[in-house]
Design a protein around this ligand. Structure first.
Ligand SMILES: [Zn+2]
Ligand SMILES: [Zn+2]
Length: 252
């Protein structure tokens, strides 16, 4: 098989994996939303169809760099992904996880903040903010330009930072769960965590909801580190108040 065909097949396989993962995870969280908060997505059917369309297009974009790198890893031993757990000390497993999350968070913060400048916002980021309020289906609802900025992160990091293949799987799982969870319109983590000391530094739905409500501030992905350091942290949102504000007053 020619290299070009092998790369195309690898990209197609990755697209199917990313798209399937999106449909399964967003579908599961949408179902959980229906059980926990019946009617939360009422009237948002058209928006959800749009979110699914953009997200599947994003999956195709994510599949290309991932497919090229997966092919190079298998065919030529590219990347610093390792499969022998003894190749690096055990303590490096959690350290590599944190390094990946911190690096991704840093890239996300600065590209996201840039995309809130008016020109870039119109060009690349308005699609994501068209979801008012976002639903579990909005996890990958990005304009193709924004999708490219997200698609290159992990494929680039695997060339720079050594990582065990299982930890890489964990990074992708965390990325998926937080991406969906942060947009689904309610908080899945306990109040003690979100409003406690850990919540001062970790980003969950309550924090990202405030970004979508205010259209500025709270640009981070996993951690509040950059937002707090740069003075862009605008605090936690309030789902209950947002819901009350979004509903017509009784009798009207
Ligand atoms: Zn934004
Ligand atoms: Zn968002």
């Amino acid at each position: 098989m020619s290299a070009a065909l092998a790369i195309a097949l690898s990209a197609l396989a990755m697209t199917l994996i990313v798209g399937g993962r999106y449909l399964l995870s967003s579908g599961a969280f949408a179902l959980a939303t229906r059980l926990r908060h019946p009617g939360l997505y009422r009237g948002l059917e058209r928006q959800m169809r749009r979110e699914i369309g953009w997200s599947l297009a994003s999956a195709a974009i994510y599949g290309v760099p991932a497919g090229i790198v997966a092919w190079g890893w298998q065919a030529h031993g590219w990347t610093r992904i390792y499969t022998d757990a003894g190749a690096w000390p055990l303590w490096y497993l959690p350290v590599s996880l944190l390094l990946y999350l911190a690096a991704h968070d840093t890239w996300f913060y600065w590209t996201h903040r840039l995309m809130h400048r008016p020109r870039w916002f119109r060009l690349a980021h308005a699609v994501h903010h068209d979801s008012r309020p976002p639903t579990a289906w909005a996890a990958m609802s990005f304009h193709p330009v924004e999708a490219v900025t997200g698609a290159v992160v992990i494929p680039a990091l695997v060339f720079l930072i050594p990582i065990h293949v299982a930890v890489l799987g964990l990074v992708l799982a965390i990325m998926t769960v937080m991406g969906v969870g942060n947009h689904m319109g309610w908080e899945m983590f306990p109040r003690a965590l979100v409003h406690g000391r850990a919540g001062q530094w970790l980003i969950t739905a309550t924090h990202h909801q405030q970004h979508h409500a205010a259209y500025k501030g709270n640009y981070g992905l996993y951690f509040r580190f950059w937002d707090r350091l740069c003075g862009t942290d605008i605090g936690l949102g309030d789902f209950a108040a947002a819901r009350r504000g979004g509903e017509p007053a009784p009798g009207r």
